[in-house]
Ligand binder design. Structure first.
Ligand code: NDP
Length: 445
């Protein structure tokens, strides 16, 4: 495999799609050896086929605000690869959304979904719509308009979207309502649904819970546990919330949370009432981080900064892509971090990952660490197909098994001769092999 030629060709076809090119390069670097050992992959053009999405739908989303003014946003769905099952991946509503970001997320999703052991392919979608500060009726009108285009290419056996940044239970409800109206069908076409109309217990907290289960396994390779560990989290959304709850449950202390405007440091620990308070702020759809420091005097707000300057044993970035750079990684290493587990997708820059690997820090990439979210979405699809609801304990047990299995797979494919576990390589190689072999079986299509 000629990696540089592949990347040059891709760059020429998709100039400026920085995040997508970054994600492809990271995967290709990890799988180069395994592709070279399997010449039939090269003959069948597996790599050239896997790095381009099957198709991309882009559309305009006109919607009316509460004052009667019409706005137009852009909407997308990237259907990347369905060798293992229906396309599956979240919808992101955030002003930063563009095709490069959705292609990076969709590409990563192929390997993540492959790792879950469930029969799901990879996709992603979203819009540059900003739900922040919008009323519920504005969000509803936007979701309805978005679905007026999306419904044509999704279905429970075709493509099953879910939530991501800016898309939680409320948005999934509005999207589902419109889908139902258009198709006259009530089935598992979206995941993250409300509990009383097809949703799964544990789904809201699954990504964060799964990330902490994975980090627990990482720590165990060094004979360590969460008990007494100081943990820095970033973000305070769907993922960070579940992670904070589970870290507390396992005996760790969460000391930071963040938003786009800065982070809060609470050396006493963020648990119980404090998490409840954050959830209230979050539900109000307002700026959520800064007011925390006014409510709890032991906490300090650090405007415009990342939490990675705070000393911790475990770091779990849960906000967004490229939020932890080389300088942040050096800070964490200098402060003795043991384990970095990516709750978000691609939060660490390539230079930061290099620093972690050079210093033999346990580093878990998002596609393995945060796979618990999509895995539980897969469990929601199974429950919908069977018209059954599993108990909370049942879903949680399956989630734990899946995270342990992903960890074992990473160890199997990523352990280096000196015993260091390269989780990036392990996740990429294992995720790739399963999809590549399915593509070989299914012929050139
Ligand atoms: P949410 O929108 O619920 O939360 C994102 C959090 O990050 C919010 O607290 C947000 O603050 C904060 N944030 C956003 N941008 C920045 C920034 N530039 N700097 C610092 N903080 C920021 O999203 P999710 O929790 O769902 O997703 C977070 C990450 O996890 C994403 O990378 C997503 O792709 C990934 N992920 C999510 C899954 C899920 O199940 N939800 C599954 C797998 C991965 P504010 O609200 O103030 O903007």
């Amino acid at each position: 495999m000629n990696l540089e030629k592949l990347m040059n060709d891709l760059e020429k076809k998709h100039p400026g799609e920085v995040e997508y090119l970054q994600a492809v390069r990271e995967v290709l670097e990890s799988i180069e050896e395994v592709v070279n050992e399997n010449p039939h992959f090269e003959t069948a053009g597996i790599v050239e086929r896997i790095i381009e999405p099957d198709r991309v739908l882009s559309f305009k989303v006109p919607w009316m605000d509460d004052q009667g003014k019409v706005h137009v946003n852009l909407g997308y769905r990237v259907q990347f690869n369905n060798a293992l099952g229906p396309y599956k991946g979240g919808l992101r509503f955030h002003p930063s959304v563009n095709l490069s970001i959705l292609k990076f997320l969709g590409f990563e999703q192929i390997f993540k979904n492959s790792l879950t052991t469930l029969p799901i392919g990879g996709g992603k979608g979203g819009s540059d719509f900003n739900p922040k500060g919008k009323s519920d009726t504005e969000i509803m009108r936007f979701c309805q308009s978005f679905m007026l285009e999306l419904w044509k290419i999704i279905g429970p056996e075709m493509d099953v979207p879910a939530g991501d940044i800016g898309v939680g239970g409320k948005e999934i409800g509005y999207l589902y309502g419109m889908y139902k109206k258009l198709t006259h069908e009530h089935h598992g076409v979206l995941t993250g649904k409300g509990l009383n109309w097809g949703g799964s217990l544990i789904r809201p907290e699954a990504t964060g819970f799964g990330a902490v289960y994975f980090a627990k396994e990482m720590l165990a390779t060094k004979g360590e546990t969460f008990v007494g560990k100081t943990v820095c989290l970033s973000g305070f959304g769907n993922v960070a919330w579940g992670a904070a709850m589970k870290v507390n449950e396992l005996g760790g202390k969460v000391v930071t949370l963040s938003g786009p405007d800065g982070f809060i440091h609470d050396p006493e620990g963020i648990s119980g009432d404090k998490i409840e308070y954050m959830l209230e702020l979050r539900a109000s759809n307002q700026d959520i981080v800064a007011p925390y420091a006014m409510e709890f005097s032991e906490a300090r707000f650090h405007a415009g900064k990342h939490p990675w300057e705070i000393k911790c044993d475990v770091a779990i970035p849960c906000a967004t892509q490229n939020e932890l750079n080389e300088a942040d990684a050096k800070n964490l290493v200098a402060n003795g971090v043991l384990c970095v587990a990516e709750g978000a997708n691609m939060p660490s820059t390539p230079e930061a990952i290099e620093v972690f690997h050079e210093n033999k820090v346990l580093f878990g990439p998002g596609k393995a660490v945060n796979a618990g979210g999509v895995a539980t979405s897969g469990l929601e699809m199974s429950q919908n197909a069977m018209k059954l609801n599993w108990r909370r304990e049942e879903v949680d047990e399956r989630l734990q098994h899946i995270m342990i299995s992903i960890h074992d797979t990473c160890v199997k494919h990523g352990t280096e001769p000196d015993g260091h576990i390269n989780y990036v390589k392990g996740a990429n190689v294992a995720g790739f092999l399963k999809v590549a072999n399915a593509m070989l079986d299914q012929g050139v299509i």
